[in-house]
Design a protein around this ligand. Structure first.
Ligand code: OAD
Length: 267
């Protein structure tokens, strides 16, 4: 395992060995978590006073039981998050990940994030293992409610908002996966197939603590893929990685892209 603490002052040349190691890869998976969107101003879940699960109790906000007990509290909190995301912009990490397809045409992005910043940066066919905030549905009959696409006013984080009601009488719920719920089956099958058959997996901005999603880098490693981690902090994935890049995704992904381009023009 190679660990490198990266700062922009070092320049992208320090990533040339990694670019060379990736040079022959064809099937590449980029597996992302909340950290990839941190530099867009979207809070992560763990570590730090501003983290969502430091300020909020997950059992009170992110379970089916919590929604049934108090739909307005839960809906209001997700509307607040949807408003934050709607105002955010993709950052250099999202843009570099989208541009990596120039080198790896078979690259796929598998994200745990419920925002759409990968798509807005230009990535196609993104797999959202934990759903999407802009894809609400009826809690009772599962009808899709895409009319939520307008940008909501930015409410206070803790203000309850009554969810819309479906014609069937059910409440509309956020289109995310809550604790205790299964991942979307087709997405999970596609993600495990990709991770199990890739040449390289780049894990970006995830604590890799929430399963089953966190199984994906481990699955890639057990199938002999090169596993690279981008994170400013140590994680439980450290021991399983071939390359551990400590630093911010918005610095490292553009530098990796530049190193790949340099490597390509030299060959
Ligand atoms: P976490 O909040 O657990 O982890 C975010 C990671 O991003 C941490 O390891 C940070 O060190 C790292 N990080 C912070 N800033 C970064 C930056 N600028 N560049 C790179 N990395 C940075 O978020 P996830 O791992 O995504 O699930 O959490 C997984 C799941 O737990 C979420 O999808 C969510 C949550 O409960 C559900 O809600 C179902």
């Amino acid at each position: 395992m190679h660990t490198l603490t990266y700062t922009p002052e070092q320049g992208h040349d320090v990533l040339l060995p990694l670019a060379q190691a990736l040079g022959s890869a064809q099937k590449v998976v980029v597996f992302t978590g909340a950290g990839v969107s941190a530099e867009s101003g979207i809070a992560t879940f763990r570590n730090g006073a501003n983290a969502l699960w430091s300020r909020n109790d997950a059992q009170r906000m992110a379970t089916p039981e919590a929604f049934h007990a108090n739909p307005a509290r839960v809906w209001g909190w997700y509307e607040y998050r949807r408003a934050v995301i709607a105002r955010a912009q993709p950052n250099p990490a999202h843009l570099a990940i989208a541009a990596l397809t120039r080198h790896f045409p078979e690259l796929r992005v598998v994200t745990q994030n419920v925002d759409d910043l990968h798509e807005r940066a230009g990535s196609n066919d993104v797999i959202h293992l934990h759903g999407r905030l802009d894809q609400a549905r009826c809690d009772k009959c599962a009808r899709a409610f895409t009319h939520l696409s307008g940008i909501p006013a930015l409410p206070e984080e803790e203000v309850p908002i009554q969810p819309p009601q479906c014609a069937c009488g059910g409440y509309v719920r956020p289109g995310v996966v809550w604790f205790g719920e299964s991942l979307p089956e087709d997405d999970w099958d596609a993600a495990t197939h990709l991770a199990g058959h890739c040449d390289a997996l780049i894990s970006v901005g995830t604590s890799a603590m929430v399963f089953p999603a966190a199984q994906l880098p481990r699955l890639a490693k057990s199938n002999n893929a090169t596993v690279i981690q981008v994170n400013p902090a140590p994680t439980e994935m450290d021991l399983h990685c071939d390359f551990n890049l400590r630093g911010h995704a918005g610095d490292i992904l553009p530098a990796l892209l530049a190193a790949l381009e340099r490597n390509q023009s030299a060959s």
